[in-house]
Ligand binder design. Structure first.
Ligand SMILES: Nc1ncnc2c1ncn2[C@@H]1O[C@H](COP(=O)(O)OP(=O)(O)OP(=O)(O)O)[C@@H](O)[C@H]1O
Length: 346
C-alpha cells in the first residue's frame, strides 16, 4: 500500500523499504511512507510486525535490504547513524546512572571530541530549554520520571536532529507516569516543531499522541491516517480488531466493521428478522462497566459453554440498560445505521 501525507513537505520518505533477516518472509516488506515535516507519527502494531526494524533502519542502526530512506529529500539510506540528522530516544530514557544530567546531555559531544567548556555550555543551554537548567548537577536517580524524560530529550537534541526517533520510550513506566509523560512528549514536540517518529504497541498511546498513525502487521503497512480516520474507518479486519471497539460482521455485501457503541439492541420479535443492517444474536455476557454495560453476544444456535468467547460486543449506556435490562441467554435484535458500517477491504 502506498501511504502518503499530502500537502506538507515530507521530513522522512521511505520508498520500497525491505529488511530480510533470513529466509522466508521479510521483517519489513516493501513499505512506502511519507511523514510530514513537524508532525508526530506513531508506528503501531503487534509484537513482531516490523515497527522497530523500520525505526532502526531510519536511525541507521540496521541496514536496509532494499529500498531508500530520504530525510528532507536527501538519500540517507547508506549513511552512518551519526550523519543522518536523526537522533534516538530509547526505552525508559536509558540515561547513564553515574553521570550528572549535564554530562548525560553532553555525552555525544564528548564522543565527538568537543572540548569540555563548549560541550558543557551547549548541554546547559539545552537543559535550560527543557526547564531543567537548575537540576543539571543531579544524577538520574535523583530526578523524577518526568525530569529524566526531559534530560533524555535534551540528550537527543544536542546533535541538532531534524527527526527524533523514539523506540517505546514509555513502555517501562508505570501507567500513571506513562500518561503524564506522553502529554509532556506531545507538548515538547509541538514546542520544538520537530518531526517525531514514535514506535509503540499501544493503540491508546498512539491515539493520544499521533498526528499520523501507521498501523503495521506482518511487515507491511495496513493503514495510515489520523487517529480519527483509523479508528472510525479501519481499512481491514486486522485494523478493526487491533484498534478495538469494533465488531467485524460478514454480510451479503461483504465484510464490515461497526463500532460497538454504534449498535443498538432491541428485544427480538418475529417482525424484525432478516432486515438489512440488523442481526439476531444471543446474549452471552453482561458486564457492568460504570458509565456503560458491555454485552457479549453470539450468533444464534452456537452452543454456549464457559469457554465460548463472545463474537460481538455492544456498549449500552447505563441509563438505556436500566430502562430495559437484558439477561444472559436472551435472544435480541442488533441494528446499526447504514452510515455506521464501514466496508473492510480484507
Ligand atoms: N536481529 C534480528 N535477527 C533476526 N530476526 C530479527 C532481528 N530483529 C528482528 N527480527 C525479526 O523481525 C521481525 C520484526 O521484528 P521487530 O523487532 O521489527 O518487530 P516489532 O514490531 O518492533 O516487535 P516488538 O514490539 O516485539 O519489538 C520479527 O519476526 C523478529 O523476530
Amino acid at each position: 500500500m502506498n501511504a502518503t501525507t499530502p500537502l506538507q513537505a515530507a521530513a522522512i520518505e521511505v520508498v520500497g523499504l525491505s529488511k530480510r533477516y533470513a529466509q522466508g518472509k521479510p521483517a519489513v516488506d516493501n513499505i512506502n511512507l511519507r511523514i510530514a515535516s513537524g508532525s508526530y507519527c506513531c508506528l503501531l502494531g503487534p509484537s513482531g510486525c516490523g515497527k522497530s526494524t523500520t525505526l532502526r533502519m531510519i536511525a541507521g542502526h540496521e541496514s536496509a535490504s532494499s529500498g531508500d530512506i530520504l530525510l528532507e529529500n536527501r538519500n540517507i539510506t547508506d549513511l552512518p547513524a551519526a550523519e543522518r540528522g536523526t537522533a534516538m530516544m530509547f526505552q525508559s530514557f536509558a540515561l547513564f546512572p553515574h553521570l550528572s544530567a549535564l554530562d548525560n546531555v553532553a555525552f555525544s559531544l564528548k564522543m565527538k571530541g568537543v572540548d569540555k567548556l563548549e560541550r558543557h555550555a551547549k548541554a546547559q543551554d539545552l537543559l535550560q530549554r527543557v526547564a531543567m537548567g537548575h537540576l543539571a548537577d543531579r544524577k538520574p536517580a535523583e530526578l523524577s520520571g518526568g525530569q529524566q524524560q526531559r534530560v533524555a530529550l535534551a540528550r537527543a537534541l544536542i546533535t541538532q536532529p531534524r527527526v527524533l526517533l523514539l523506540d517505546e520510550p514509555l513502555s517501562a513506566l508505570d501507567p500513571f507516569l506513562r500518561i503524564q509523560m506522553r502529554a509532556e512528549l506531545r507538548r515538547w514536540q509541538k514546542e520544538l516543531g520537530l518531526t517525531f517518529i514514535h514506535v509503540t504497541h499501544s493503540q491508546e498511546e498512539a491515539m493520544a499522541l499521533a498526528d499520523t498513525m501507521v498501523v503495521m502487521n506482518h511487515g507491511v503497512i495496513e493503514q495510515v491516517g489520523s487517529p480519527h480516520e483509523v479508528y472510525n474507518k479501519p481499512a481491514s479486519e486486522f485494523v478493526a480488531r487491533f484498534m478495538g471497539g469494533h465488531n467485524v460482521l460478514h454480510t451479503p455485501e461483504g465484510k464490515i466493521g461497526v463500532r460497538t457503541d454504534q449498535m443498538q439492541v432491541t428485544p427480538a420479535t418475529s417482525a424484525n428478522t432478516d432486515a438489512p443492517h440488523t442481526k439476531r444474536a444471543v446474549i452471552t455476557d453482561v458486564e457492568y462497566q460504570g458509565t456503560y454495560v458491555l454485552l457479549g453476544l453470539q450468533n444464534p444456535g452456537v452452543a454456549h459453554t464457559a469457554h465460548t468467547t463472545a463474537e460481538i460486543s455492544v456498549m449500552v449506556s447505563e441509563a438505556t440498560f436500566a430502562q430495559r435490562p437484558y439477561a444472559v441467554g436472551e435472544t435480541v435484535q442488533l441494528s446499526w445505521a447504514p452510515g455506521a458500517a464501514h466496508p473492510l477491504a480484507y
